[in-house]
Write a protein that binds this ligand. Structure first.
Ligand SMILES: Cc1cc2nc3c(=O)[nH]c(=O)nc-3n(C[C@H](O)[C@H](O)[C@H](O)COP(=O)(O)OP(=O)(O)OC[C@H]3O[C@@H](n4cnc5c(N)ncnc54)[C@H](O)[C@@H]3O)c2cc1C
Length: 397
């Protein structure tokens, strides 16, 4: 396993560190204090587009329908380079990092499962975006979180269209997105076998009732609920086309998307854990707490576990770039990293005492931000279930 980043990727991390210090951290703190996401028309997003952020990894006419091969992805950046970038951004503010324009989680699904026409139409505008653009990925519903097979948003064919009905919640960047990848079912009784994904474009009649959720942390980006009421979506927007689902590939599509995302989320948590550790160390040093062996031991444990979580995330990303199975590694990274980030923030809160309890210290914000990392992209508990099932050769539930 090659742990060396190419020059371009290293330069990107350096650039992001400067951007993080000057902009991401202050913007994240401001959004947290105001208790609302950064508005979509904030000049920060336009400046990011000018800096070349918010672009898709998809390239038109690139080999198999624009999808980079693992080798090419490795050379030009790939998952490993991306997780180094997201770790650095999350060090400064994970909420702001998720608010960045871009196609988001739907990108991997379209690249992996979409037709050539869908790649052109939905990722094409992100090749060189003319303005901040977002994509969004909507699986979770009021009655379906960890158990994605329980989604009840329905879809039925009606001539050249599909009619969608249901409700989604906690969906990142949904109300500002050009399109939302909505997961629905033709028949709940079929579990994941009945799933279909649709790219629902902004302004589609029946898509509405957007409501930004209240969150304990990560307030810089919007997590939004919305409804689909007789929402009429053209058949051309059924991800991969009906053929894809006849081959039963569709049932595995969402799970593959999550496997590609879990190393990313783990890396974000590593960045947040580093930030909490650094802030806690500053406070402990300033207050003479580092003389105590037991305090140093706690920092040592966090340092060691952060390094292990990072290596697990890198291994999972490296496997993804090679297009090799990474279920166990991705789940291990996702199970470990948020727990360590929370441990670092908790130690900081303990050391800060009443200073933390006042609620205006960065460690206190990181404490609230880190908790959510155990929930997103499959909870820590669910990751442990997956690892255990893999260990004893049980099929993934
Ligand atoms: C900040 C944030 C952003 C999010 N963004 C998105 C998004 O963009 N798109 C999207 O689709 N969703 C998003 N989500 C939703 C997220 O994916 C779900 O919250 C997550 O899947 C957990 O579902 P749940 O909250 O309904 O918990 P539940 O599934 O109800 O779980 C409750 C508890 O039961 C445990 N549990 C569940 N099943 C098992 C099991 N089999 N064995 C043992 N324990 C189990 C869980 O670990 C958890 O502790 C977001 C959530 C948050 C907090």
């Amino acid at each position: 396993m090659d742990l060396e980043l190419d020059r371009q990727s290293r330069d990107r991390v350096t650039m992001l560190a400067a951007l993080g210090r000057d902009t991401l951290r202050p913007l994240g703190l401001e959004a947290d204090r105001l208790g609302r996401p950064i508005p979509a028309d904030h000049e920060f997003f336009a400046s990011l587009v000018e800096l070349g952020q918010g672009r898709t990894r998809w390239r038109p006419g690139h080999g198999s329908g624009g999808r980079e091969s693992g080798q090419e992805a490795g050379r030009t950046g790939g998952t490993l380079a991306m997780i180094c970038a997201v770790e650095e951004m999350s060090y400064w503010d994970r909420g702001v990092a998720v608010a960045f324009p871009g196609p988001g989680m739907g990108e991997a699904a379209i690249m992996g499962m979409g037709t050539e026409d869908q790649k052109q139409r939905f990722l094409g505008p992100f090749v060189e975006p003319d303005r901040p653009r977002w994509g969004s990925f909507a699986m979770t519903e009021p009655g379906a979180g960890s158990d994605t097979s329980a989604i009840s948003t329905s879809c039925r064919r009606d001539g050249d269209d599909w009619i969608l009905n249901g409700a989604k919640m906690f969906i990142g960047n949904a109300s500002r997105a050009d399109w939302i990848m909505v997961w629905a079912t033709v028949d709940r009784k079929q579990g994941r076998g009945g799933h279909r994904a649709f790219v629902v474009e902004k302004g589609t009649p029946g898509l509405g009732n957007f409501k930004i959720e209240k969150k304990m942390g990560l307030k810089a980006y919007e997590s939004t609920s919305f409804t689909l009421e007789d929402c009429c979506v053209p058949a051309a927007n059924l991800l991969g086309g009906e053929q894809y689902y006849q081959s039963r590939e569709g049932t595995r599509g969402a799970l593959r998307t999550f496997n590609a995302m879990r190393p990313m989320v783990a890396a974000m948590a590593v960045g947040m854990g580093r930030a909490a550790q650094d802030e806690a160390l500053i406070f402990a040093r300033d207050n003479g707490l580092l003389d105590r062996t037991r305090v140093r031991d706690r920092f040592e444990r966090i340092d060691r576990r952060l390094a292990a979580a990072r290596l697990l995330a890198w291994k999972a990303a490296w496997l993804a770039d090679k297009q090799l199975p990474n279920i166990t590694e991705a789940s291990m990274a996702k199970a470990l990293a948020p727990a360590v980030a929370l441990e670092a923030a908790s130690l900081g809160m303990e050391l800060l005492g009443e200073t933390g309890a006042r609620g205006d210290h960065l460690v206190e914000k990181l404490f609230r931000d880190a908790k959510a990392m155990d929930i997103v992209e499959g909870t820590g508990q669910v990751q442990r279930v997956i690892i255990a099932r893999q260990l004893v050769d049980l099929p993934r539930s």
